[in-house]
Design a protein around this ligand. Sequence first.
Ligand code: LLP
Length: 418
Amino acid sequence: MNYFHYKDNALWCEEVPVTEIAGKVGTPFYLYSERTLKHHFRVFDAAFSGVPHITCFAVKSNSNIAVLRIFIAEGSGVDIVSGGELYRALQAGVDTRKVVYSGVGKRVDEIEYALGADILMFNVESSQELEVINSCAERLKKKACIALRINPDVDPETHPHISTGLMSNKFGIDIKKSLEEYRRARTLGQLEIKGVSCHIGSQVTKISPFLDALERIKKLVRLLRDDGMDIEYLDLGGGLGIAYDKEDVPHPSEYAKAIIDASKDINCTFIFEPGRVIVGNAGILVTEVLYTKSNDAKNFIVIDAGMNDLARPSLYNSYHRILPVIDKEREEIIADVVGPICESGDYLAKGREISRFERGELMAVMSAGAYGFTMSSNYNSRGRIPEVLVRDDQFFVIRKREVYGDLIRGEVIPEFLR
Ligand code: LLP
């Protein structure tokens, strides 16, 4: 459920026509619906209301500080993977006791920053990282609360680039070695063992892989407790998928029910790290058609957004629905929707059955709220595009369009070239 809808053949976001925003902000831009963001957060969080839990929104999916603030006001914590994400979350006013820090490559300065902020827990991904966190904590005269991120070796049946819980992936600690690693962690004086964590992958559209992972993790929790360790938190990561097209995806309440039913015998506070399921369908990318052209083989629709603005189709061949902002009777054609970047991989849709668009028309690329702006870049020296938030009948630019000056900010011509 989201609040993008057609009214008299025009696409609206809540009570604002998309064309009005495009007229004022220019194209391309990301557009988020506050009502949808809130609704999705509430649905997810309420699904677990019967059990102790913390919902830690995955900042990597959408890190705009205004967006973070919406969730934080709803009681959300955050899952971070870098010092930069911690900085953003702090700017947005997060309760640091609701911050979990995941990621295979935490640097010393980042660990120290997080220790200084008194975050809830580090999800540790290697035995060397345990040592490093321990020595950082020693230096800062602090205790570091940790969970080990376990690689449960289950197949989430998603795109290989976004599956993370298999032995062939770089993530986490081999479940077979986990007891041994926990025992080692116990010997390190500055560490406090708090929990177990795992994250099996993203855009997971079935419940069974989550349950497979949970079964394995539960066994480990029992082992650890029998060994005298106090396992308070069970962090099950994120990963619940959304419908980009016609996929049949579990509703958060089904996912929650399955997890709650399967963990009746384990007395833990759950942590969840949802990203996509909260923000994915709460955002769109609005772009203008620059040119159309055809050759013997193909029709091309050239738009003003490219792979630097939305990388997902080029990276994962992912599908995003494309809708006209002003709907009318149109001929259907098969076309590639391509951006201005000088790469053949620069497309938002390939061989798509799509309405015939004309130069100057607006297009809405749907389900672009997760891993959209956050993965965008300045490639081809294109400024990153604005993010706009609609609330009821008003809209707010929550990130300005980058200007040429932003592109060279921080660059220096050394003396010898002057
Ligand atoms: N927790 C951890 C440790 C993660 O690595 C991720 C995502 C999440 C939570 C949130 O997962 P979600 O609920 O959003 O599925 N760029 C890719 C997705 C990469 C996901 C990376 N990790 C895409 O555009 O599909």
